[in-house]
Design a protein around this ligand. Structure first.
Ligand SMILES: *[C@@H]1O[C@H](CO)[C@@H](O)[C@H](O)[C@H]1NC(C)=O
Ligand SMILES: *[C@@H]1O[C@H](CO)[C@@H](O)[C@H](O)[C@H]1NC(C)=O
Length: 410
């Protein structure tokens, strides 16, 4: 199709009653049915956020069918729209650690001693995320706690297959640990922070550093609504928050499949754990199952997944055989015991809330110091809205204050 043909198709499509009805129903349904926590102080804003996140993916799909651009490219484009504006207090520059692009945020005011440093590993399922989208988060952290923040622009899937993401982040981390003095940073005060899928990267990097016994060590890890495992996809939080807000269960499964194989089909069987052999379920029951989730977190509903035939093909696809790669929660005790001081933020209204709860338990059982903040009206993705007036949620501001408090207390 040439460009005129595509535009003509777009025109036809946009002005057909079918599309109009489809989109109106979608918007209405999403707005009305958006699961809004009763505790939230911003119910309308939350509904709007939910509707927009559903809508952007749907519109992307339509554009893909019309041959205009693919869905992932469209969503990436939208996520990059927020313009960051001026920042008088920080020196911001782009550079590379080895071959990995990074953006460094340094406070302009001189400091008598070396500062703390923080590497920020973004979320987005390894598919989305760019310095544009996380600019405000990084600035807020650097400004708020007088830190040097390094944002890592790791390669994205599906263009770059897993584990390219982990290897880029590991390269950037080891480089920073070894060259921190060049950036005015104390090598013994380096924090690794990650949100959502970035949480799995943080935990996996710490494992690799522990295994290779390099020095200096990471001082602390900060996990913000982390994704930490692909073995049990039917935990209480998956069931309770299957409709979002924002991230829905189906969307997450689809994106997960796009990440591991470039295509997002076959989500139903995955949601019911068809990819997990019985032997593994038994082996890891003590660490990773609904039994380890405190009862109070089951009060919004939970029923054990109905048995479903095991799929060898799905198992191979999800690389469960290499269990700890995408599921750092399954690392052995010998590794977990050596993990640094940890801050975990979980949100009640988050599909993957229970990953954070289970990891917290694993760390505590291994005597690792854990600071935990459970945000009762929080939802997946809420960190991104910091300093974006008028989209900022009150829970976003409070969460950042708590994170900054943890950093300052180190
Ligand atoms: C830092 O560099 C030294 C010497 O080049 C090396 O032995 C060490 O493993 C490096 N540390 C890290 C964390 O990469
Ligand atoms: C954790 O600390 C307690 C109390 O000091 C001790 O009894 C226990 O064995 C420790 N557990 C591990 C895994 O080190």
């Amino acid at each position: 199709m040439n460009i005129f043909h595509r535009l003509f198709m777009l025109y036809l499509y946009l002005f057909t009653p079918v599309l109009f009805v489809e989109l109106s129903l979608l918007l209405y349904y999403a707005f009305k049915k958006a699961p809004v926590p009763s505790e939230t102080k911003d119910p309308k804003k939350l509904r709007l956020y939910h509707v927009l996140s559903v809508f952007i993916f749907r519109l992307g799909k339509i554009f893909e069918k019309l041959g205009i651009c693919n869905q992932i490219a469209f969503v990436r484009f939208v996520l990059n729209l927020a313009l960051p504006g001026k920042e008088p207090n920080l020196l911001i520059r782009d550079t590379k650690f080895e071959q990995v692009p990074v953006r460094i945020y340094q406070p302009k005011t001189p400091s008598a001693q070396p500062r703390k440093g923080l590497l920020y590993l973004h979320g987005g399922c390894g598919i989305f995320g760019s310095n544009r989208g996380y600019e405000r988060v990084c600035r807020h952290l650097a400004r708020g706690s007088d830190l040097v923040v390094v944002y890592v622009e790791y390669r994205l899937a599906p263009e770059h297959e897993h584990p390219a993401q982990l290897s880029d982040c590991l390269t950037a981390t080891t480089y920073f640990l070894n060259h921190s003095k060049d950036y005015g940073v104390d090598p013994n005060c380096i924090i690794l922070a990650g949100e959502s899928s970035g949480g799995a990267l943080v935990a996996a990097i710490n494992r690799e550093l522990i295994k290779s016994s390099t020095t200096p060590k990471v001082q602390a890890q900060i996990l913000i609504y982390p994704f930490l495992q692909i073995m049990d996809l039917s935990l209480p939080s998956h069931q309770q928050n299957h409709l979002g807000p924002g991230l829905t269960r189906k969307r997450a499964m689809k994106l997960g499949l796009v990440f591991i194989k470039g295509k997002g089909d076959d989500v139903e069987r995955l949601m019911n754990n068809a990819h997990v052999p019985e032997s593994m379920k038994t082996k890891y029951k003590k660490w990773l199952s609904a039994d380890c989730i405190p009862e109070e977190f089951k009060s919004r509903g939970y029923k054990p997944p109905s048995p479903i035939p095991f799929s060898k093909e799905l198992c191979e696809l999800t690389r469960l055989n290499d269990e700890t790669m995408l599921s750092p929660i399954l690392d052995e005790d010998a590794i977990v015991q050596q993990l640094p001081k940890t801050y975990i933020l979980t949100c009640e209204y988050d599909l993957i809330r229970d990953d954070g709860l289970l990891y917290k338990k694993r760390l505590e059982d291994n005597n690792v110091s854990v600071t935990w903040n459970h945000v009762k009206d929080g939802f997946h993705g809420f960190i991104m809205f910091i300093d974006i007036w008028p989209l900022e949620f009150s829970c976003t501001k409070n969460a950042f204050e708590d994170i900054l408090k943890f950093i300052k207390g180190l």
